[in-house]
Ligand binder design. Structure first.
Ligand SMILES: *[C@@H]1O[C@H](CO)[C@@H](O)[C@H](O)[C@H]1NC(C)=O
Ligand SMILES: *[C@@H]1O[C@H](CO)[C@@H](O)[C@H](O)[C@H]1NC(C)=O
Ligand SMILES: *[C@@H]1O[C@H](CO)[C@@H](O)[C@H](O)[C@H]1NC(C)=O
Ligand SMILES: *[C@@H]1O[C@H](CO)[C@@H](O)[C@H](O)[C@H]1NC(C)=O
Ligand SMILES: *[C@@H]1O[C@H](CO)[C@@H](O)[C@H](O)[C@H]1NC(C)=O
Ligand SMILES: *[C@@H]1O[C@H](CO)[C@@H](O)[C@H](O)[C@H]1NC(C)=O
Length: 511
């Protein structure tokens, strides 16, 4: 029900010659709206207190009487209004019930009060209330970027206006969004995942507003932004490790997964691939493929390289010969069990610097000395590593060489009866063995020193030392040391024996 409650605020205008009041002020100027079946109260702006109205006349569309009121007489009511109206004599207001669309029209009132005629007019429009608001969607199952959707709104009622809600905000037209048929049709061109709604249609007229049930659009999209992650994250794993590969992707509905190793499909499905207790055959490039059975689109990840390695153990450095000889070729070979990735050589605790004489071959496995030199002596360390382990071994190389630079030390002149001591030396690894000759005859072998306690004159002559290296199997050139034994001798000749007595030259002979 609509009540109009207006105060008597307008002055009444008097017009000659009849002295009637002309004006529209006793009823509201605005159009009045009401619903079918409803009630309307036309409230005038008059409320006299002193004297009652002497007569009031309500009419519809000028000529159809509604009620004629004359003071102290019975009311006259138009036949269409029997039982539908209530008249309020104190204000001349009128209530009209059970409204129908036919009640739309102009209502007028003339009232006589204290000899003055007052009148007013207003227009009443009857509307059918909004009802049966329904939204129809051309489809609710859509694929992003693949087509459009139309939502149409139907309703009963008169003078309907339409408005669409997307969630809680009003839909406005744009390149993508068209509103047609007086706003009752909403077309979304090239739907995106954000267009899921809920969409509601709000229908209104001046007497009512009804909002439809929400319509949700299911918009499939993806797969997109595929990402393959291994856990733990590095690409190298020891034999026996457990590895988990997870494929993540944006997709609605959830994607279905396939897994590939070096391009060959694995039986696994699901977003996670677990590799338990891996061995080297599990190595390779893994990738996942996600597909969406609604969008019929799929996406494949970048490959993730997994390398399964054996730990390195039992490393060794072995020389080509245990007794390397200077001037020959020697090689050191570095080996280990496990998955060898890298070999690194050190000499005496620092990085090995290759000289012209050395070459590294077979991925640093073999260190070759083309002609080994005694300067190459030292500790050789080979470290073998892979991304998960490392091990190393050392070899101490001692080069055999010589003998060289043989020298004899000792006197060149000695008194008779004195002690002769000659010492021979040579540069040699291992230590040389010496052989002593006197006047070309072997006198002593395997001795550094040649000692004679009491020399005779006959010990004068040439002493020769010859050095020999049993590893290099080389013999030095001979070094000759001359010796003169000095002394004085007296010969005794008897019939039986011939005796020669000798004595040192100095101190002076006792003879
Ligand atoms: C649909 O929209 C997307 C992004 O807004 C655009 O890339 C694509 O070209 C559009 N497709 C059509 C058919 O308009
Ligand atoms: C619906 O609202 C979302 C944001 O809430 C917006 O991204 C989308 O474009 C809207 N769709 C339409 C058809 O208005
Ligand atoms: C499509 O994918 C969804 C989500 O993975 C699944 O539940 C559904 O069974 C699939 N439908 C068909 C027909 O394969
Ligand atoms: C894995 O891929 C890399 C390059 O992406 C390639 O060099 C390598 O050979 C591949 N491994 C296998 C086992 O196919
Ligand atoms: C995309 O739209 C075309 C034409 O409307 C349709 O034939 C096709 O099946 C749609 N694709 C998907 C994945 O729905
Ligand atoms: C050894 O040689 C020297 C010089 O040739 C000679 O004088 C001496 O008599 C020789 N001694 C012996 C015992 O042969």
């Amino acid at each position: 029900n609509i009540f109009l409650n207006l105060r008597l605020s307008l002055p009444l205008f008097y017009s000659s010659p009849a002295g009637f009041t002309e004006g529209v002020g006793v009823l509201p100027d605005d159009r009045l709206n009401a619903a079918v079946g409803g009630t309307m109260i036309f409230t005038t702006t008059m409320s006299p207190t002193e004297k009652p109205f002497s007569s009031v006349n309500w009419s519809f569309n000028v000529s159809t009487p509604i009620i004629i009121f004359i003071i102290n007489a019975e009311n006259i009511i138009g036949p269409e209004y029997e039982g539908r109206i209530t008249f309020f004599p104190s204000t001349a207001s009128l209530e009209l019930r059970s409204l129908t669309l036919d009640d739309t029209g102009e209502y007028g009132v003339n009232a006589v009060h204290d000899g003055t005629l007052l009148n007013g007019r207003t227009t009443l429009v009857i509307y059918e209330k909004v009802s049966s608001v329904l939204v129809n969607s051309s489809s609710t199952d859509l694929v992003e970027f693949n087509g459009s959707v139309s939502l149409s709104c139907s309703a009963s009622g008169s003078s309907l206006s339409f408005l669409w809600l997307n969630g809680s905000s009003e839909v406005t037209a744009s390149d993508r969004v068209q509103l047609t048929d007086g706003g009752s049709n909403l077309t979304i061109i090239n739907v995106t995942r954000f267009d899921q709604g809920p969409f509601r249609c709000r229908v209104s007229n001046p007497v009512s507003t009804v909002t439809s049930d929400p319509v949700n659009l299911s918009i499939s999209y993806g797969p997109e932004n595929i990402n393959l992650i291994s856990s733990p994250p590095q690409g190298y794993f020891a034999v026996g490790s457990d590895i988990s590969l997870t494929c993540s992707v944006g997709s609605r509905p959830p994607a279905q997964f396939k897994w590939f190793l070096n391009g060959d499909q694995l039986p696994d499905t699901g977003s996670e691939l677990r590799l338990m207790n891996v061995n080297m055959s599990n190595s390779g490039n893994y990738s996942c493929q996600a597909s969406n059975n609604k969008t019929l689109r799929s996406q494949t990840s970048e490959p993730s390289a997994i390398t399964v390695l054996e730990e390195i153990s039992g490393s060794s450095v072995k020389p080509s010969t245990n007794l390397p000889v200077e001037g020959t070729s020697v090689s050191l070979t570095c080996e280990a069990f496990g998955s060898v990735f890298k070999r690194n050589w050190m000499k005496d605790g620092s990085e090995l610097t290759l000289t012209d004489n050395m070459t590294l071959s077979d991925n640093n496995r073999v260190l070759t000395f083309n002609t080994v030199n005694r300067k190459d002596n030292g500790e050789y360390f080979c470290q073998i590593s892979n991304p998960i382990s490392s091990d190393g071994d050392k070899y101490i190389m001692t080069i055999n060489y010589g003998p060289e630079n043989v020298q004899i030390k000792g006197p060149n002149e000695i008194n008779i009866k004195g002690t002769l001591k000659l010492t021979c030396s040579a540069e040699s690894t291992p230590t040389a063995r010496f052989t002593w000759f006197f006047n070309g005859t072997v006198k002593l072998t395997n001795s550094v020193e040649y000692i004679k306690e009491e020399v005779e004159l006959s010990d004068s002559g040439n002493y020769t030392c010859q050095a020999w290296n049993n590893i290099t199997e080389r013999t030095s050139s001979s070094v000759v040391h001359g010796l003169t034994v000095t002394g004085t001798c007296i010969e005794y000749d008897s019939l039986v024996v011939h005796t020669l007595l000798c004595a040192p030259v100095s101190p002076p002979s006792p003879f």
